[in-house]
Design a protein. Sequence first.
Length: 119
Amino acid sequence: MVTIIDYSKRKNSEGEEFFLLVLQGGVEMVKSNETGRYYATARQCNIPSTFDENTCKNLIGEQMPGSIQKVKCEPYEYAIPDTGELIELDFHWTFVKEGDTIEEVIYDGDIQQPSPGVF
C-alpha cells in the first residue's frame, strides 16, 4: 500500500498549472553502507494528476494498493535538499499499481523482451 502524503503545484512546458501527488510507501529498515547500522526510511515518488488543488488536499491520507519501485535510468545530478550537495543518481522511484509489473509501467503495457545475449 502507498499513502498520498502531500501534493505540489507545477507548470508544464506550455505554462499550464497541474498538481503532482506525493506518494509514500511503508517503513523500511535499510543498512547504512558507511556505519553498518540500520535506519528507518520510506520510499517516495510523485505522480501527475488531473485534480484541482482542493481535491488534492482532500486526498492526503488516502491509501492505494501498489508499491514504489526503483527503476534504472540515465545518470543525472541530484541536489540533496538538506545540504545542497550534488550527487549522481542512475535510478528513480515510480509507482506500480498492485497487479501490474514494473515492465508494464515502463513500457506502458507493451512488454519488451531483451535481445538474445543481452542481460
